[in-house]
Design a protein around this ligand. Sequence first.
Ligand code: SAM
Length: 227
Amino acid sequence: MSALPVREGYRLWAPTYNAENAVSQLEASLVAEMTPPLAGLRLLDAGCGTGRRLRDCGAAMATGVDLSPEMIAAGQGDLDPAIRLLVGDVRALPLPDAGFDLVWCRLVIGHLSECARAYAELGRVTARGGQVIVTDFHPAAHAAGHRRTFRHGDQVHEVEHHVHELAIHREAARAAGLRLAAVRAAEVGPSVRPFYERAGRIAQYEADRGLPVVLALSFVKEDRCGS
Ligand SMILES: C[S@@+](CC[C@H](N)C(=O)[O-])C[C@H]1O[C@@H](n2cnc3c(N)ncnc32)[C@H](O)[C@@H]1O
């Protein structure tokens, strides 16, 4: 199966994207554990897709940016109009410096061939002392043969994906003034067994059990001026 370019992949995936799958559910649970209470915080979701993670998030201000106009359009009708969704590239965010207390970048970085420019932007828009949470498809899942795929009609498509090992994330973040505070992973286990069951893939579940499929990193924006 040849991989679709990112824009084309998400154009096709947009109408059905909000249906959860094993990876997205494990990712959502892990990010919920790593995210502080959002009341009073200015939240950015960089690479927000349909903006589904911003729904009812409770932040004082919530903004989403995504490369795909189709993903933004698919989500817009469902969201509180106070949630701002913008079309834009995580490598050149259409947002001012230091405007957010918490920045998510969830399952996006793997779609980029290099991640330094994205981290530079995540660092730029985060206020000093703020937190950045990045998730990615786990390199171990890729090594085990898993790919970023979705079903469109009767076809299964793969979306272009690049593996970035932890050291690459860490170095790109460090250069952007982001200090690594936590590294977590989510593994295939009983909470996602129902997805495999519904797909009639219990043998695959047994093979995948224990495999890390989501890598999650938490960073703090350093106060370089020491104030
Ligand atoms: C797997 S989806 C994740 C969406 C959302 N973060 C979530 O967890 O529901 C990946 C998203 O990244 C977006 N994306 C890919 N490359 C991007 C880029 N360079 N800038 C902004 N968004 C990008 C895609 O359009 C897609 O909506």
